[in-house]
Design a protein. Sequence first.
Length: 458
Amino acid sequence: MKMENDLGRDHVRTLVWRIAIPSMLAQFVSVLYSIVDRMYIGNIPEVGDIALAGVGVCGPIVTMVASFASLVGVGGAPLVGISMGEGNLRHAKKILSNCFILIWVFSALVMTVVLPLREPILRAFGASEAAYPYAEAYFFVYILGTPFALMAAGLNQFVVCQGYAKAGMKSVVLGAVTNIVLDPVFIFALDMGVAGGALATVLSQCASSVYVLILLTRKSMPVHLRPSRIDLAVVRRVLTFGFTPFIIIAMDNVMIIAMNAVLQHYGGPGRGDVLLTCATIAQSFMLIVTMPLGGISGGTQSILSYNYGACQTGRVREAYRCITRLCAGYTAVLFVLSWVAGPLFVRLFTQNADVAAEAVRAIRICTLFIIPLGVQYELVDGLTAIGQVRLSLPLSFWRKFVYFAAVFALPALFGAEAVFFAEPLSDVLGPLVTVFVFRRNIGGILRRRAEMRAAPQH
């Protein structure tokens, strides 16, 4: 394959844009996996709103399952990047092979544990009696496709980390287009309802995973997939690096699950399902914020990892500045869109005027402080990229703690609708602490790395 980007020599600003934009677009297209499903399901005649509430219960649980792809992919990709920067391609290939094995191990574990427990899981996390049949139908089909979900998302990180951002984008686009085409066929033409939406998603993930496997098994790929024995030392490092993004995604979804349960509890029968439908629509908009934002901060980790491994700390500093500005700019655009285009977005999911008005208000509340959230994403992902998990993990936990505490405290004090203010509260207090810790530590981290390059080799 033709090399798209030279991570160690291309101009940093140009490199950031060439990698960030395809990665952002790939994640933006990836959002269509869930949003298109929800759009079609929300417009099923007669039962659309309650079916959408059921799929809303599944959403965070499904994403939490898929977070195992981040545990492996985002955990292994920076290590591959650092090894490439050090010139150790043999070790980079070993990391990739071990990550491939881990994906299959986690797929088997998820299906074995989750499938038998799906009913108590869905009921505990907010599925009412009316919404449960729709939640169960979607959830069952989706979990059967877990290996494809984890391979498509997890292995794609190893394409991007080698500088092939456009190839990584093509993988995601292939899956999204497949999903868009198959959704109306299965949901409406074949009258499969929510199960058809899940089946369309699984088949689209299968297409993406096959494409990524073809890329990673080519000998022309600098770090290509080859048979290897499991190496426990490598596995430990991958899981250590990957634990931060894994826990970020897992906790994000635990908090959404908690919010769904809180809305049902404080909203009561009937009203709880309406609020859950509004929350599902608001969460769909937040996916448009956070997934492409994660594409920028996660996709550009390869620049930071490679140059940190090569001890080119000046390039690391410049990359931090460029990526942070790009993340803040992206969230600023989405803040404006939440106010200008929020009503149009909501109408894609429901034609009920009362539900639409409440959903628009929920979106505007949730996006009040998403610009600081952009800074939070880059600094946490950037620290992970250079191996500083000891800093990135507690910083991520701090923001989650604020959100989690607010989800339970605000509705108890001010009513069910107040739960939506948990998002902006965490988006302010989280980045404030993160910026302080980052500025206090990054100078010393990069100075020590630069000294390694200056030290004489023996």
